[in-house]
Ligand binder design. Sequence first.
Ligand code: SF4
Length: 432
Amino acid sequence: MSAIVSIEKYTSSPESLKKSIELCEGFKNLAPSDRVLIKPNLVAWDDQFPIAPFGVYTTTRLVEDLIICLKDFGCGNITIGEGSVQLKKDMGTFAAFEGLGYKAFEKKYGISLVDFNQSKSKIFTYHDENELHIAEEAVDTDFFINFPVLKTHGQTKVSLGLKNLKGCLKLKSKRHCHNPASGLEFSFSHIADFVKPSLTIIDGIYALEKGALHFGNAYRKDLIIASTDILGADMTGAKIIGYDAGEIDHFQHYAKRCGKSPDLADYEIRGEKIDDHIQPLKWDWTWNKDNTGPGIFEKLGVSGVALPKYDDSLCSGCSPIANMSNILALSAFKGQPLPQVEILNGKKMQARPGYDKTVLLGNCMIKANKENDNISEAIKVKGCPPSENDVVDAMKAAGLDVNILAYYGYMKQQSEKYNGKEGYETEFFITT
Ligand code: SF4
């Protein structure tokens, strides 16, 4: 029998979600006595430059709708768990829970909130003894509901159900997934082998193009995609934002290993027609042909400095400072060629010849280039991840007259980019 995927228009709460669950028979294997774990996508929290929530976070409104559906079904043991990336001290999962109104659910519905980063873990091995440390609550549950957002991703093209499970990993394993040896998509495609979601619901109230934390463009879609089959849900979501299953490596890894069809024609789609909702969204940022900086560098005539494009080994810890270094390099540009400096990030970049100085961002880069003869003078920015201040100091030491205020201005603009825009009200990110 084909797995069922439902596509439902969001028109009202909680009716739309209820209908999408019914259409895909999502509670077929749920018992009222089950321990239910809901895993939304609450990527990270930033109090200094608040991340505009649209298309980034699972909407609080749909999470509340799900709790209502579960309560109506008779479920009394409900937990919401997430392991957000901690960008700054004390800005972890509970800051996200607080900021998005989840704390109110505890009192209102008697549910529990769990920070996977603080959980005990269980260790699972995959492919030649690679280890994944997974938060205990994510595996010790009867009914796991995976609740990602309809979004693209700069390293994996899409970030849907399979990718959302990365938030169940302990920090050590999140970083392990970015190891150059096995590769990001191969590594995280294994999490679903151990966590085993019973239901995947993709929140498509908004869809995110060029998805990342502060960056990206959100579009109002008002869709809910649901399935008891994680790959079916993911392939449907991907198709709606313009990607065939064959283009997504982690779909292919998962399908092959689990003996599942990577062809949407083998799934039963109920509700809305996919073709009526396809809106291709870009996932990638353009880079100069010689890999020396984002496309904007070429447009503005920035030369001298080189910032190669991030790769899949760059983990969430260093991702913000990699973005920051691009903006800082731009702030140093005053119409004249910049010093010959190369700035590297992630775990596998290799310094190229021809630069007077090479800035190595983070412990991984320092290690990966310790015997690189192409380096004339290394400026090592230690840390895992390094601090913003150390990155600024290193770029100044490399001769770049960077201006941190330009970075702050850009981040503020990103935080406020939807202000006053119709359809982007924060009502979906507060409790009723
Ligand atoms: S140094 Fe950066 S890339 Fe390496 S593990 Fe730490 S945060 Fe990740």
